[in-house]
Design a protein around this ligand. Structure first.
Ligand code: FEO
Length: 405
C-alpha cells in the first residue's frame, strides 16, 4: 500500500511528500469544488526535516511518500508552521512513528498544539526571525501572526531560495501536477483569488505589512511552497503581486448582486437593477443564492466596487440563504464597497432593513434607499429598480474618479 505513494522532487534536497484530497467539497464553509492538497515537505539536510504534516485521514499517504525517499525514522526535526488540523491532524501519530528530536513551533504554535492534542510532544519554540540549524542547511523562521491564525509562521530555506509559506499563496486545487507551470494560469488565478477572498481578506492590512517585510528582507526567492495547491516555481513573484493588489481592496467598475427569491419578484428586481448598472457603465454579476455558494460570492467581491443584496421577507426575516451570506461576509469584512439592499415583501418589509443593518455594521457606504416592492413588481417598480442601478453606477463612477485623482 505505502509503496504506491511517491515523493516529488522539488530541488536537489527538497521533496514534496503531501497528500491529495480529490473529493473534499466543503472546507469549513468554503466550497472546494476542485478538491485540495495538504502539502508537506521533506528536506534532506544533515538533520533531516519534515515541514508540516497532513490531515489525519491522509497519514498513510504522507508516510508512504516519505518512505519512497528515506527511512522515516531518519527524520530529526519537524517544523509545524500552523496548528490547524489540515496540517497537524496526523502530527501526534507521525511523532510516535518517527520519534524526532524536536518539533519546531512558534510560541503561539506551542500553545495551540497543547490546546489541540492531549499529547507530550518535544516542542521547541523559535522566535520571530530566528534560525533553525539543520547542520549543512538552515531555516529562517518568521511569524505571520493572524495570517490566518495567531500561531502562523513561515520558513525560508536560504540555500535553496525556497519559502515554505504555509497557507499563504496557497489554493484549494487537487491535481496530479505539483508545479504552477504545469497548470492553467486562469485556474491558478481564480483559485488563488478564491483562497485570498475566503481566508485572508479580513487580515489584508497584516498581509500588506508582511509583504513589506518580505520585500525589505530582499530574499531572492526561487520557489514558494504553500501548504495547499501547487508550488510556485515560475516567476513566484506574480502571486506576491496578486496578494499586494488584493490586499488593497481597490474598488473596480463591477457590482455583485447577490439575491434569493420566493416567487420571482426579487429576481426580477435584481435583473432590472443590473440593467441600470450596465446602462451606467458598470459590469454586473448576478448571483442567485439558490445556486451560488457564499464563498463564490466572496470571491466575486474581491475585485468589485459594489455589493447589492436582494431578499424577500420570509416569516418576518430576511431569506435564510441571504442570512447565511450576510453572516459570512460580516466575518470577512470586505472594504471599500458601495452597498445596498432591495427586495419584495407581502405585508411587512423586514428582510431588507435587516440586510441594511448588517451592511452598516460592516462599515460599507450605503447607496440611498434600495427599492422595495409589495408582492410583485409592476412596470413603475421595475423603472425604480433600473434607476437605483443607475444611481449606484453614478456613485461608483464618482468614487473611482476621486480615487484616481
Ligand atoms: Fe490550511 Fe489554516 O490551514
Amino acid at each position: 500500500m505505502k509503496e504506491c505513494f511517491k515523493a516529488v522532487q522539488m530541488t536537489d534536497r527538497v521533496y514534496w511528500v503531501g497528500a491529495i484530497d480529490w473529493n473534499i467539497r466543503d472546507f469549513h464553509g468554503y466550497s472546494t469544488h476542485r478538491g485540495t492538497t495538504y502539502n508537506a515537505f521533506l528536506i534532506l539536510a544533515d538533520r533531516v526535516t519534515l515541514v508540516d504534516t497532513v490531515k489525519r485521514h491522509f497519514l498513510d499517504e504522507l508516510m508512504g511518500r516519505i518512505a519512497s525517499v528515506i527511512d522515516p525514522g531518519r527524520i530529526d526535526t519537524i517544523i509545524s508552521n500552523h496548528s490547524e488540523m489540515d496540517h497537524t491532524g496526523c502530527l501526534p501519530e507521525v511523532i510516535r512513528r518517527v520519534n524526532p528530536s524536536r518539533v519546531i513551533v512558534s510560541a503561539m504554535g506551542a500553545k495551540a498544539l497543547r490546546d489541540h492534542f492531549d499529547e507530550t510532544m518535544p516542542l521547541e519554540t523559535v522566535a520571530d526571525g530566528g534560525r533553525v540549524d539543520l547542520g549543512n542547511l538552515s531555516l529562517l523562521m518568521f511569524e505571520t501572526r493572524m495570517l490566518h491564525w495567531p500561531d502562523s509562521m513561515v520558513a525560508y530555506l536560504e540555500e535553496e531560495g525556497l519559502l515554505f509559506s504555509q497557507d499563504a499563496f496557497g489554493m484549494h486545487l487537487a491535481s496530479s501536477q505539483r508545479f504552477d507551470d504545469e497548470l492553467d494560469e486562469p485556474i491558478l488565478y481564480q483559485e488563488a483569488a478564491k483562497y485570498y477572498a475566503n481566508i485572508l481578506l479580513p487580515y489584508s492590512q497584516l498581509v500588506q505589512k508582511q509583504l513589506d517585510r518580505l520585500g525589505r528582507l530582499g530574499f531572492s526567492t526561487r520557489l514558494i511552497a504553500p501548504d495547499h495547491g501547487p508550488v510556485w516555481r515560475t516567476n513566484p513573484g506574480r502571486v506576491v503581486q496578486w496578494y499586494a493588489r488584493w490586499a488593497e481592496q481597490k474598488p473596480t467598475r463591477k457590482a455583485v448582486i447577490a439575491f434569493d427569491t420566493m416567487w420571482g419578484s426579487t429576481d426580477l428586481m435584481a435583473r432590472a437593477i443590473s440593467d441600470g448598472l450596465h446602462a451606467g457603465g458598470i459590469a454586473t454579476k448576478l448571483m442567485h443564492l439558490g445556486g451560488c455558494h457564499r464563498s463564490d460570492v466572496a470571491t466575486e467581491l474581491l475585485e468589485a466596487g459594489a455589493l447589492l443584496v436582494g431578499t424577500p421577507t420570509l416569516n418576518v426575516n430576511m431569506f435564510p440563504t441571504v442570512a447565511d451570506l450576510m453572516v459570512y461576509l460580516r466575518g470577512l469584512k470586505p472594504k471599500h464597497l458601495l452597498a445596498g439592499a432591495f427586495g419584495s415583501y407581502g405585508w411587512a418589509c423586514r428582510g431588507v432593513p435587516q440586510v441594511l443593518d448588517i451592511l452598516k455594521e460592516m462599515n460599507l457606504e450605503i447607496v440611498g434607499e434600495g427599492p422595495t416592492v409589495v408582492y410583485v413588481p409592476k412596470p413603475g417598480d421595475l423603472a425604480r429598480c433600473f434607476d437605483y442601478g443607475l444611481e449606484v453606477a453614478r456613485q461608483l463612477e464618482a468614487r473611482l474618479t476621486r480615487a484616481a485623482e
